[in-house]
Design a protein around this ligand. Sequence first.
Ligand SMILES: [Zn+2]
Length: 702
Amino acid sequence: MSNGQHRLTRTGRVTRLGVVIGVVLTVLPLRPPAALAEGDLQIAAEAVYTIDPDAGHLQISVHYTLTNRKPNSGGYRYYYNTFALVLPDNAVEVTARGPNGALYFSDQVEDLGDGSEGRVVTVSTGSFFYNQSRDFTLSFALPSGPPRSDDTTRINLAYTSFAAFAWGDPGLSDVEVRVPGDFVVDSYGSEVRQRRLDGEIIFTGTAIDDPDEWYIIITGRRDDHLVSQTVEVGGLLVEILSWPGDEDWGDRVAAVLERGVPELRVLVGLDYEHLPSLRVIESIDPALRGYAGWYIASENLIEMSEHLDDHVILHELSHLWFNRDLFVERWINEGLADTYADRAVDEIDGDTDPVYGTATQPVSSLESAVRLNQWRTPTISPAVDEAVAARESYGYNASYWVMRALLRDVGEEGMTRVLEAALANVTAYAGEGDPETVSEADDWRRFLDLLAELGGSEDAERLFRDHVIADAQKVLLNDRAAARERYFAHVDTAADWATPWSIRGPMSEWKFADATLAIDTGDSLLVVRGDLRGVAETLGLSLPPSLEAGYEVAGDQAALESALQLGQAQLDSLTTVEMARNAVDAPRGFFTKIGLIGENPEVEWTEASDRFEADDREGAVVEANDVMTLIAGASDVGQMRVVWASSAFGGLVLAGGGTWFLIRRRRRPAVPAESGDFGDGMELIGEPAVEPGGSPRGEIDS
Ligand SMILES: [Zn+2]
């Protein structure tokens, strides 16, 4: 699977679970009495996030500098004396410390003023007046959320994921996040600076302009702390790595994998033995980005959400087959993954959210709709962008729905043939021998051809028009349909002759103009073949095999044209042989017969036809021309013989029918004389001097 490059193929699945990354802490307005200031409190906040993997805690410490910016007026001096925040319900170890020690605070559930209740911590700062400030540090810890809980904070020895937010006013908020240096970290969200210092990885955002919008999500992995178990499925070793304390996850994944992967293999019909090994790692990372898991082909790695669902597990595992090695378009691989996961869940009687078993007919008029061959992995996480999330949902559902329809259309065996050919990168337009190799990057065009040619699909083109391709690409399908009509007519005509790559190649590559040109040439060649066959049949000859061979092995247009020229040359040669045949068969006049005494045109012609059958086109023409010359010249020869015989031995001949003295005109010895009747002189007596319908003195037969 891995092509050796560090290519990250991230395929994922929209999770149905909500991902909470809103600001969890807000500043409450200070409450009356009237003498207290309202508004005009400047808040500078330096927040520091650290993790305690041993305790499973996220530590948050915020150093506040509060400044009263409400001027005195109307005889009042305005002051502040408390500061209230809403903390998460599960916050523990809350402390507030000023420069001189601990500060008093209350910590209770209160009405938040919007009809909801929340945990409010109110810190007593002591009174501070116009342009006076107070400093204090509020600290608390957030325990890791348990696996498969809605709380997205995870802190354990092997894995960490949490969100950090800004706490102060625009331009007065700093955030620092510290992670132990042996974690492999990733961050996304707002822009931060990352550096290493004293064995820690530190992310910082300073003077944050938009604290209400600002967030970062940190994920960190320390794989040597994962709990490992290895299972073997049909020769494939799979290491399953779960978080310490969540061995349930590993056990469930192992069980589904051991039963489900063999089922997938049977259903898909393709082996996976080319994979050296596979790792499946528990991670909340995909869920934070809006997916249930993903397959990183270059690393033979599946990262899977902690949320356990057999369909999701088998979907991700099916990407062992359904990845860029198979098809380059996302919709094909995702549609196959869902369709085959669904089938495998049925086979193992698996446990899945019913929502994964359904795909609804895509509505292409939706705002979230996307033509499937343009559905790409988004650069923005669907977890943070509703439009992206809607498009992802549309893409997964539509791919699933279309693929189900295609599987119904071609059947599982048909789909296996399609997948085999896609994996082997062989043409859909197979000829007589092993199918030729085509480009490795298989897209919707290859898929459509394979479905049609190897799957026998009747529905694929319509489904592709409706859901897969852009309007502008529909003209391609029209070109394809026209070329295919010509192609199949040609294949029919060629019958037992195998259509060459010079025609099938451009068809495979969707070069329909080239294909049509090649078919034109091929059609001309088959017309020549028809002519050749007609003449050869009349003459009782067989055709040399070179034309069929030349046609079948023609790998490109030039070779096909050469084959056509060969056919034309054969036809020219055979036409000459036919003319010679006609000359041999033509009725002969008196003098011609005399001239041919001792000659054997039949044998001469057989020599010509033998040469044609032996594919000696030029030799055949020479021989055939000789035959025709012989016959054409025979009348003159005959006349000379008659004149000579009359003057020298005429009486003898006429009276006794004696022996001709023959001069062999030609080289051929020991051939039986043509069975003319000239051995018997009596027969000559009755011959008319003028042949019927001919001119006087005999004719040169032609
Ligand atoms: Zn997937």
